[in-house]
Write a protein that binds this ligand. Sequence first.
Ligand code: IPE
Ligand code: IPE
Ligand code: MG
Length: 255
Amino acid sequence: MKPPSEEAAAPAPASAALTPPASVPRHVAIIMDGNGRWARGRGQERLFGHEHGASSVRACIEGCAEAGVEFLTLYAFSQENWSRPKLEVAGLMVLLEKFLRDNTPELKEKNVRLQAIGRLTDLPASCQRELNHSIEATAGCTGLTLILALSYSGRTEVIDGIKSLLREIEQGHIDKAMINPEMFSKHLYTRYYPDPDLLIRTSGEFRLSNFLLWQVSYAEFYVTKKLWPDFGKADLVEALHEYAQRQRRYGGVGE
Ligand code: IPE
Ligand code: IPE
Ligand code: MG
């Protein structure tokens, strides 16, 4: 007979690996990184990795919806990503459009409401049209809210928030003495959503890359070496389990 420690270490059956924990984060945010390296590792162009990243996106939407996560924010394209080679940027925009076109009926069917944050007017007109169409088509959905961060920059968002506050002051709607963190949050792109509880980054990089700088102040970080196209539902569920073990103290002493 095996000693108990060895038995405990035996791999769990596949179905158990996909069972989410009892307590799930309300809001999961993901920095989907490593598409380029995934493709290069296969001797392919970077866009090949972006293409394959779409199936990880679908897996995470499904996993979050099944687990009862309320909000999922995906960092799909940063403002800094415009500096990439023209061909890669154009390819990413085509993929975004195709993703929206192909997946909107299923999002609707799964009761997923699509939203977007970032400088959306920077996107090509055809992308904006497809995005608006998907947002409108899923507006009545009451399950998971999927938020795509597109042409997004955390610093730009904070600056836009300050400008919006200044306008309100100029118009006499608020007094500057009333400004506090809660009020400022209401001037950010994310004003309708709670702050992320869990922030996942794939490809092993320990950095924020200008993502949700204000909102992640008390988020739990989970970094995995897996490259984004290899990240599946079981990996998401593993992150949810790790999150369930964390003790969040918010500067206090815990229980
Ligand atoms: C993430 O993968 C996708 C986007 C930033 C659009 P990358 O394209 O950054 O892949 P790596 O990090 O170069 O491997
Ligand atoms: C962050 O990934 C942006 C997205 C995932 C959209 P990057 O690949 O752009 O970040 P850096 O350059 O490694 O910091
Ligand atoms: Mg990257």
